[in-house]
Design a protein around this ligand. Structure first.
Ligand SMILES: O=P(O)(O)OC[C@@H](O)CO
Ligand SMILES: [Mg+2]
Length: 239
């Protein structure tokens, strides 16, 4: 991991801030089971992080369902199942502590997520305080995001929306991601990428990340020149 100092942080959301990838997996398994097919992590690795329609095209192509359903039809079926699940989304471990710490130390933070704006609202409704600390949110259906991850579009748009964003060098941005497409997008944008992958994702998909963590609870801000977590207060009784 390079010794560098970053000044701004961009968070991915699904699978990184919110424990939502399990919903996509479960629903996609259900849809494939109806056609006698199984969903596996090699397909998941190709879909996660992408814009919905781009992920749908991969799903239909890779599972051989092109004669049975269209990507658009798959999304309609998937969304009907996801709609009730999204509002139950929980934060991943370490998220609240890290976001509150960065916000308290005035580190500019934002979100760049492949999910569409409407789903963003459903997924975050239980966590309004935490998401209120974000300077801005860029969603996959934003007009500036012409191509989804691994294209750099969404991270470049997110960087530009900070105060003075357009003149900040990309290496001042630290991106947190869970998906191979997201890490590739961050690197394509010239930024640093900390990957927090699902343990079921093959390690071959970790390449390109500048740091790989098992959990955000293992992140040390000082490694990146960010304000360190306060030292644990040890109350040593006076002798
Ligand atoms: O970019 P994120 O927030 O991971 O969203 C991706 C989502 O569309 C599901 O994979
Ligand atoms: Mg993600």
């Amino acid at each position: 991991m390079p010794t560098t100092t970053v000044t701004h942080v961009i968070f991915d959301m699904d699978g990184l801030l919110l424990d939502t990838e399990k919903f996509y997996t479960m629903v996609q398994e259900n849809i494939l089971a109806k056609h006698g097919k199984t969903f596996d992590w090699s397909l998941k690795a190709k879909m996660m992080g992408k814009k919905a329609i781009e992920a749908a095209r991969v799903f239909i192509q890779e599972t051989g369902l092109t004669d049975i359903m269209t990507p658009e039809g798959f999304l309609i079926e998937r969304e009907a199942m996801l709609r009730d699940l999204f509002p139950t989304s929980e934060l991943m471990p370490g998220v609240e502590t890290l976001i509150k710490h960065l916000h308290a130390n005035k580190v500019p933070i934002c979100i760049a997520t492949g999910t569409q704006k409407f789903h963003f609202g459903l997924k975050t409704q239980k966590h309004k305080e935490i998401f209120s600390f974000m300077h801005h949110i860029v969603t996959g259906d934003d007009p500036e995001v012409k191509n989804g991850k691994p294209s750099p579009d969404i991270f470049l748009a997110a960087a530009n929306r900070f105060e003075g964003g357009g003149s900040i060098h990309p290496t001042k941005f630290l991106v947190f991601e869970d998906a191979p497409s997201g890490v590739a997008a961050a690197k394509n944008a010239g930024m640093w990428a900390v990957m927090v992958p699902d343990p079921r994702l093959d390690v071959s998909h970790h390449k390109g990340a500048d740091q790989v963590l098992n959990s955000l609870t293992d992140f040390n801000p000082a490694d990146w020149g960010l304000p360190p977590f306060p030292r644990p207060f040890i109350n040593i009784p006076s002798i």
